[in-house]
Ligand binder design. Structure first.
Ligand SMILES: [Zn+2]
Length: 349
């Protein structure tokens, strides 16, 4: 079956949904599925789409129950060159199609929008933008062509290290008549890898027609918020923020460079000790909403309990809120507890 962009899966468009008020995003699929044993750290190719589709369905469902307004098709890194690198080049089309089908299937359980997904390809070379951009363009056309046929409401183009590559992705979305939310990674302190101040890069993306601009991945709340404020003040389009839930700071603005007590690198598979709690991510969501961010989500490291806390902080009651903490009912921590075990306040003395 072939669908045109006119047959988008949802009754409402992305723009209409944005106009209703702040949207809740949820990502970090690859990291979460790696932790669950379905994706290999290192290549980070989403082989789970074909190898264990029920594991992917379940994570989509958990994000949906946690309040996510969008099911993002797990086509991150499912582009031609990456799949060839891991010996799965023949699976390119089935993997992309199935990812979008699964996103649609679970979105329909809760009225979420469906986003196609493209990302940094590692093929773009700012020293040779025409030739490398053509290679990137072909990969995006291929992925998004299948996404359109399977049905998506809009596209999330994310983790863009280069403004040039982000603009290629935006052009391909426009060729296909798709709205695009385009977000930049921000590994470097001030500029994209092709030398544009992040604020300027967002302004150029907005001028080029992106429906939403902003930042995803790389930065935790503490180092993403100051940049978001500047972006918010500089563009007229909606702004997206999908940080990582890790404790980045001025000395280490991006989580890729975080180190542990032993001085060793924490990224990507020993980040737990730098993780934010659900309460801290809820505080981020409140602050992002307060400065006028329109799409508040989470990236690598995201998991359903963090998304639920963020959604609730922004005033939502989610399907999973039925099981949100009620510590007053805890046998020791609650009021009127049974005194047999004391109050757990004892410390070594
Ligand atoms: Zn990420």
């Amino acid at each position: 079956m072939t669908r045109s962009p006119a047959s988008r899966p949802s009754a409402r468009t992305f723009e209409q949904r944005l106009a209703d008020g702040v949207m809740v995003g949820a990502e970090g699929y690859v990291f979460e599925l790696e932790r669950r044993g379905y994706v290999k750290a290192g290549p980070y190719v989403p082989e789970v789409i074909l190898d264990a589709p029920d594991a992917l369905r379940q994570l989509h469902r958990e994000f949906l129950r946690a309040g996510a307004d969008v099911m993002v098709a797990l086509t991150y890194y499912a582009h031609r060159e990456k799949l060839r690198d891991v010996g799965r080049g023949d699976d390119l089309e089935p993997m992309n199609r199935q990812a979008v089908r699964i996103a649609n299937e679970i979105a329909a359980e809760g009225g979420a929008l469906v986003a196609g997904n493209i990302c940094n390809t590692w093929c773009y070379d700012p020293a040779n933008p025409a030739e490398s951009g053509a290679i990137v363009r072909d990969q995006y056309r291929e992925q998004l062509g299948w996404a359109v046929e399977e049905g998506v409401d809009f596209v999330i183009s994310e983790t863009n290290d280069f403004l040039g590559e982000a603009l290629v992705g935006l052009e391909v979305c426009q060729e296909l008549g798709l709205s695009a939310m385009v977000t930049l990674a921000s590994v470097r302190p001030d500029t994209t890898y092709d030398g544009y101040d992040y604020v300027e890069a967002c302004r150029r993306l907005a001028d080029a027609g992106a429906a939403v601009v902003g930042l995803n991945c790389s930065r935790g709340p503490a180092t993403m918020l100051p940049l978001l404020e500047r972006i918010r003040d500089s563009v007229d389009v909606p702004v997206a923020a999908q940080p990582v839930p890790y404790r980045t700071d001025d000395a280490t603005p991006a989580f890729e460079s975080l180190t542990g007590a032993d001085g060793g690198r924490l990224f990507p598979v020993r980040l737990e000790s730098a993780g934010h709690t659900r309460f801290e991510m809820a505080e981020f969501a409140r602050e992002a909403q307060a400065i006028g961010i329109d799409y508040v989500g989470i990236c690598c490291g995201g998991s359903p309990h963090l998304v639920r806390a963020m959604a609730e902080a922004m005033g939502r009651e989610t399907p999973a809120s039925r099981y949100s903490p009620a510590l007053d009912l805890h046998p020791v921590l609650g009021e009127g507890h049974n005194d047999v075990m004391g109050d757990w306040s004892a410390t070594a003395s």
